[in-house]
Design a protein around this ligand. Structure first.
Ligand code: SAH
Length: 355
């Protein structure tokens, strides 16, 4: 059986070449409006619906948890996929429109020391349809139109390159959600070879790179990927990306007390970014259970930002939304799994992450 929502309109039309040409578009539109079954597609004949049921599956996640921040209206969903795995999606309300932060994988193989998403390793990669569903069903369930998408949830999007590229084209389709590439950001821990490949696609998306340290020894201790692609290799790929696409790159920098937050660290960062068009997003580390890493103080963050500004590197301190609902990546999925595991192991519900 084929996963119909991962197919482009052109691929669907090719599959249905024996049908009138408008059929594929009718079906595509039903899917992009969130139809969960072919029986809902009332403008198709019964024999065609039966044929579609035999040949294709429609993905549609179920909301296993929905949490809403009392402070800022941020909504976090834990979606249960067809095979029982769960992923998180966060809806944030900004002045410039609603932004949805989606996951690209169940778990993550990258092993960053500060990240909750990677603790259990990679379970599997998401399909294009499952990523599309995160956007689609968040919009349907919340009733909030989605203006922007960030691929900054669980997983490493460039480790799931083909499905992510397919997703980007699907969500951009004018017959579907029609979200412009300039309204989409993709965040990577720094797979330099894939950044080079992405540069060739010449998309107008914003690339965010999780740098977190400009010094190779520090970065390697935080992010194992740095042992494969060091800071210089990564920044060379970033420069190439900018030259090919003309899109300025955002560098994410989580400030960790006593690890990457000194004035010397700021100076080294400014020096390494000095020769390229860059913007730095500073964010105090989110506390992660069982981790000795702690956030920098707000004074340290401010001093770091000032030092960057003095060295002509534009930097902003990111506002953190949804702090009361475990909105930091991977935390809800982990709490939920602990709860389900506790239930299975002890036959009772410990009530973690309840809504
Ligand atoms: N794998 C991709 C996208 C997912 S993570 C990437 O690495 O970019 C989204 C962002 O959250 C990344 O910048 C990641 O480094 C950051 N992050 C993860 N855990 C964090 C924490 N505890 N505190 C602050 N930022 C964190």
């Amino acid at each position: 059986m084929k996963d119909i929502k991962s197919m482009s309109l052109a691929e669907l039309a090719q599959d249905l070449a024996d049908q009138p040409s408008f059929r594929a578009k009718q079906i595509f539109v039903w899917l992009q409006r969130g139809a969960r079954s072919f029986s809902e597609m009332t403008n198709l004949s019964k024999p065609l619906r039966e044929r579609l049921e035999r040949e294709y599956t429609i993905t549609a996640p179920i909301a296993a948890r929905k949490l809403q921040s009392a402070k800022d209206g941020t909504i976090k969903y834990l979606w249960r996929l067809a095979d029982g795995n769960c992923v998180e999606t966060v809806l944030m309300r900004y002045h410039h429109g609603n932004t949805v932060c989606i996951s690209s994988e169940v778990g993550c193989a990258m092993g960053c020391a500060f990240c909750a998403s990677t603790r259990g390793g990679l379970v599997r990669r998401l399909t294009a349809s499952e990523m599309l569903d995160e956007v689609l069903f968040t919009q349907i369930d919340s009733g909030e139109p989605i203006a922007n998408i960030v691929l900054m949830g669980i997983g490493e999007p460039l480790d799931n390159y083909d499905a992510v590229l397919r997703f980007l084209h699907m969500v951009n389709a004018k017959e579907g959600m029609n979200i412009g590439m300039r309204h989409i950001s993709l965040s990577t821990c720094g797979l330099a070879d894939k950044i080079d490949r992405l540069a060739q696609e010449n998309l107008q998306i914003t690339l965010s790179v999780s740098l977190h340290a400009a010094d190779n020894a520090v970065r390697s201790s935080l992010m194992p990927i740095n042992r494969k692609y060091d800071v210089e290799t990564l920044l060379a790929s970033c420069r190439n990306y900018f030259e090919k696409t003309g899109r300025r790159i955002t560098f994410e920098y989580a400030m960790i007390r006593g690890v990457n937050d000194s004035q010397v660290d700021a100076a080294l960062l400014a020096k390494k970014l000095g020769c390229m068009q860059a913007h730095v997003n500073l964010i105090p580390l989110n506390n992660v259970a069982e981790s000795p890493l702690k956030p920098s103080s707000s004074e340290t963050v401010r001093a770091f930002a000032q030092q960057l500004a003095q060295m002509h590197i534009p930097a902003t301190v990111r506002r953190s939304l949804g702090g009361d609902i475990d909105a930091a990546c991977g935390q809800l999925r982990r709490n939920y799994e602990e709860q389900v595991c506790a239930k299975e192991a002890f036959g009772f519900d410990r009530g973690l992450g309840s809504d």
